[in-house]
Design a protein around this ligand. Sequence first.
Ligand code: TRP
Length: 335
Amino acid sequence: MRIVSGIQPTGQIHLGNYLGAIRRWVRMQADLGPEDRAFFFIADLHAITLPQPPGALRAATREIAAALIAAGLDPGRVLLFNQAQVPEHAELAWVLMCIARVGWLNRMTQFKEKSGRDREGASVGLYTYPVLQAADVLAYKATHVPVGEDQKQHLELARDIAARFNAEMGCDIFPLPEPTIGPEAPRVRSLRDGAAKMSKSDPSDQSRINLLDPADAIAAKIRRAKTDPLPLPETAAGLKGRPEAENLVGLLAALTGESADSICARFAGRGFAALKPVLAEAIIAELAPVALRFRELLATPEAIDAVLVEGAARARATAAATLAEVHAAIGFLKP
Ligand code: TRP
């Protein structure tokens, strides 16, 4: 297995990206066999597809690295680096832009969402974003790519690009990467609106639990979290069509490992006031030790930077070998 995944340096680390990527990567690390390798990176090249103040980008990159290490990622066991320190990502992206078709990119739904009404004013980088993502995984010949549901379309594009490159160049350099969506990455929703994802860009801070929220703030946010007036159903099937209720039960299940069915059975017939304090406790128990370690790590930013430098050097060795094969297959004259 070659596992490759990226996370954008977003600044505000919250329960959504903690459960969706951070904790998930740490768990994947625990399951690695002796022959398996994992490449986890901070997607700073992707981040600049939208404007980023330089100071904020630098801080957010360090914070994501610190959060990953604080949560248990071991940079000795897996590779941890930021994308911009491995120039092969951008170099391979150029080659793959000559393989991908405009029609393929025109079908990408994330571009349509992120560019909004001002499509003509969007950066070209935002448009070609999925090609860079393909380069990210293909540079390491990824076999497995853990992503959320919203990235599945980009992974399918990466497979199409890999297949077309192999066919056009008459080679088999790239294996086709499999997206691994996985049951343990719950879709964490906003606490104010079950239809929206928990996001750092939501103007209401009440909509999300941040890694650094103090315990009483977490308890208050959960207490005020939107629910419906119905009691908890007997089984998880009864949560259908109740997105807020489903989110809270799903969160408790993800945090404790108890099934949603068993949680429903335990609280059946009672209102969410019974479940909320239990959920708040579970969130606090999970995040408090990570937050503590996170703060300690950020006290010595040089140490975090050194981890990323080392990770990038190791990643480059693999990516450069792939690029050499790609150059030869294309027919670039090289020493
Ligand atoms: N686009 C991904 C996201 O926003 C982040 C990402 C960039 C990524 N490159 C990747 C994920 C490569 C998996 C593999 O979540």
